[in-house]
Design a protein around this ligand. Structure first.
Ligand code: SF4
Ligand code: SF4
Length: 381
């Protein structure tokens, strides 16, 4: 154990500071890294509970009394600086904020070689090839690399999200419900009975500290999760009342649309390059149109509805070609879907064929999306 990592662990009990060691040409060097107290703390912006704060002196810290344990800050941070504690709340380096004025942060104080220092930084400089692009968060630190040596390491990693099946069901289900309500398929006001458990899952289900789950809506200013919950809640309420006041259909649909937009904006994170792509909104929204439009055509015989499904599938194919060609089967499925749209023109009840193919394509896309997540983190070496 290295002295300053040890000092931090002993003081706070977490693994806030890590030390990747690089070997090259017979020499060894290391990078000591924890939270960088960024000028643009994307963790804070992603936190739906407003539990992450930035002090006037620049320190970014987690108020664990307000954390609901949803983990969204971890998705947003490109430096893997946040860690769950045993009680389900999040923790990270707070630069020993209670000690400042009396002493240095423990890591700086215990570093035997003086390799770590602490103070006001004029210009931060994290422009090194082995960390995430500093433009994402504008981190407040400076690295002085070893002279005449180039460290070969990569911050780009790949992993699978836990609960992939749940995430697929949740996202695909939301978008299908949008299409269902948009095309006014039979009994669509009953959708509100789908939304209530969905909202429950978004708030209580996502929170490791469920007693505080109401806080999931506390950061409407910057958190897309807060917005998704609010818009989804309003949509479900209005769909319920729409049975009695038909005019409420339109605001209900708008809030449902805003909820779906918020749901894919959650994934537009620069810290996760495989998610941060125009293909994400195109495919998420596409589910609403490609799966439902053949059924809507079957019920209404309006050709324009079938054409809408075909047009969106074409957009998905172009998006796939431009951004996600590595997911080959999806492109093939979308092509088959386009051809299969001819079937309902001949025999309307065959609308189930393109709908099934569209569903398979979206599920395939989402499986890849959540299982092969490319993200920035502490460099691989
Ligand atoms: S390093 Fe990560 S956790 Fe720390 S302030 Fe920046 S984005 Fe937030
Ligand atoms: S509430 Fe969620 S996003 Fe906010 S600090 Fe806790 S785990 Fe992170």
């Amino acid at each position: 154990m290295y002295a300053y990592v040890d000092a931090c662990n002993k003081a706070y009990g977490g693994n806030w500071r890590v030390l990747p060691v690089f070997q090259f040409e017979g020499a060894t060097t290391a990078l000591s890294i924890s939270c960088n107290h960024c000028d643009n703390p994307v963790c804070l912006k992603a936190c739906p509970a407003n539990a992450i704060k930035k002090e006037r002196n620049g320190i970014v810290y987690v108020n664990q009394q307000e954390c609901i344990g949803c983990g969204y800050c971890q998705w947003a941070c490109p430096y893997e600086a946040l860690h769950f504690t045993k009680d389900g709340t999040m923790s990270k380096c707070h630069l020993c904020m209670d000690r400042l004025g009396k002493g240095m942060p423990y890591c700086v104080e215990s570093c035997p070689t003086g390799a770590l220092s602490f103070g006001w930084l004029g210009e931060s400089d994290a422009q090194v090839n082995y960390l995430a692009p500093p433009s994402i968060t504008k981190p407040r630190f400076k690295i002085i690399p070893p002279r005449d040596m180039k460290i070969v390491a990569s911050p780009l990693k790949e992993k699978s999200e836990s609960n992939v099946k749940g995430l697929i069901a949740f996202t695909v289900g939301s978008e299908i419900s949008l299409g269902y309500a948009l095309f006014k398929l039979p009994y669509y006001p009953l959708l509100s009975f789908y939304f209530w458990p969905r909202l429950f899952l978004l708030s209580v289900g996502h929170a490791k500290v469920s007693s505080r789950s109401i806080r999931v809506m506390f950061n409407l200013k910057t958190s897309w999760l807060s917005r998704e919950v609010l818009f989804g809640g309003l949509a479900s309420l209005l769909f319920l009342l729409e049975e009695f006041f038909y005019v409420l259909y339109y605001p209900a649909l708008i809030f449902l649309g805003l909820s779906v937009i918020s749901s894919f904006m959650i994934y537009m994170l620069k810290s996760r390059p495989s998610w941060y792509s125009p293909d994400t909104p195109i495919s998420f929204l596409g589910t609403a149109f490609t799966t439902i439009s053949p059924i809507a055509f079957f019920l209404s015989h309006q050709l324009s509805l079938l054409a809408l499904g075909g047009a969106w599938s074409l957009v998905e194919i172009i998006s796939w070609y431009l951004y996600k060609r590595d997911v080959r089967i999806r492109g093939v499925l979308n092509l088959i879907y386009l051809v299969s749209l001819m079937l309902p023109l001949i025999t309307p009840f065959t609308c189930v064929v393109p709908t099934t193919i569209a569903l398979l394509s979206e599920i395939y896309h989402r499986t890849h999306f959540f299982k092969k997540v490319k993200y920035y983190g502490v460099p691989k070496y």
